[in-house]
Design a protein around this ligand. Structure first.
Ligand SMILES: NC(=O)c1ccc[n+]([C@@H]2O[C@H](COP(=O)([O-])OP(=O)(O)OC[C@H]3O[C@@H](n4cnc5c(N)ncnc54)[C@H](OP(=O)(O)O)[C@@H]3O)[C@@H](O)[C@H]2O)c1
Length: 252
């Protein structure tokens, strides 16, 4: 008889990629804790309609900036997928409040709770934005794990999302090293695909702007390749299938 799959937690569970991940985990027999800022918000209603959700999905009201609310979501879980981060659509007015604090402090909060609760593995969803915005990287040199976005360059451009993802990933890896926590980070480019949720997330809006021809920058200027949600799910499958990776950062 197959052993039951372990309990795992997905932060930001109502988001575009997180919803697909939860669907995948439920279909593979995992019991899933999803942390949401507002489980009663109708925009999260799709989650309890997923196959096996009634039996195996548990929703927790939690903000990543509030450890007290986060802890019950993480308690009892063997693995954590940390996806909760604001993905801003409009120009940011207050970078600390809107994106830096939830991304950086939020990630560290998750990791600290994982250390305390002795979580076996933490997957931190970083982004291409953390590693590709670097004008000084030689054109002819393939990007590898030593390549990071240039913080000053991103700050000058007021690209606060890239700054947030860069600092959050670097601090997560540093924390993991110092505290012996098993952390891997993923750096996907723009992710597109069908939506499970009823609202349209930021990366999907970009696709809609492209299709409608209302994008304000030329498509060729989008500094990132595109990835389908199916591919990101394949990567999650690999991570959950106990394959031992040598590296702690995956470029996809
Ligand atoms: N989509 C892409 O192209 C892409 C590419 C690379 C990396 N990523 C990363 O993948 C992750 C998910 O992205 P997505 O496209 O699926 O975005 P999304 O649909 O906007 O989901 C982001 C989630 O984060 C939650 N969140 C934001 N601030 C929070 C806070 N303070 N506490 C708790 N939850 C908070 C949001 O919850 P609310 O509903 O309550 O606001 C939302 O559910 C993010 O970490 C993003 O940086 C995305």
């Amino acid at each position: 008889m197959a052993l039951p799959q372990p309990r795992v937690c997905v932060t930001g569970g109502g988001g575009f990629i997180a919803s697909w991940l939860i669907k995948l985990l439920l279909s593979r027999g995992y019991t899933v804790h999803a942390s949401l800022r507002d489980p009663c918000d109708p925009k999260n209603a799709h989650l309890m309609q997923l196959d096996k959700a009634r039996e195996n999905l548990h929703l927790f009201k939690a903000d990543v900036l509030d450890c007290e609310t986060l802890t019950p979501a993480i308690e009892g879980c063997r693995g954590i997928f940390h996806l909760a981060t604001p993905v801003p659509e409009h120009k940011i007015v207050d970078p600390e409040r809107e994106v830096l604090d939830p991304a950086v402090k939020g990630t560290l909060n998750v990791l600290k709770i994982c250390s305390t609760l002795k979580v076996h593995k933490v997957v931190v969803m970083s982004s291409n934005a953390a590693v590709t915005s670097n004008p000084n990287w030689p054109q002819d040199r393939p990007k590898d794990e030593s390549c990071w976005s240039d913080k000053e360059f991103c700050e000058e451009k007021e690209d606060w999302y890239s700054v947030a993802k860069l600092v959050a990933e670097q601090e997560a890896l540093e924390y993991a090293e110092e505290n012996g926590l098993n952390v891997v980070t993923l750096c996907p480019p723009y992710v597109f695909g069908p939506l499970l949720q009823s609202t349209v997330n930021t990366s999907s809006k970009l696709l809609i702007y492209i299709i409608k021809g209302s994008l304000i920058v030329p498509v060729n200027d989008i500094p990132s390749p595109l990835l389908t949600v199916e591919l990101i799910l394949l990567i999650f499958c690999l991570i959950t299938s106990k394959i031992v990776f040598e590296s702690s950062t995956y470029f996809v």
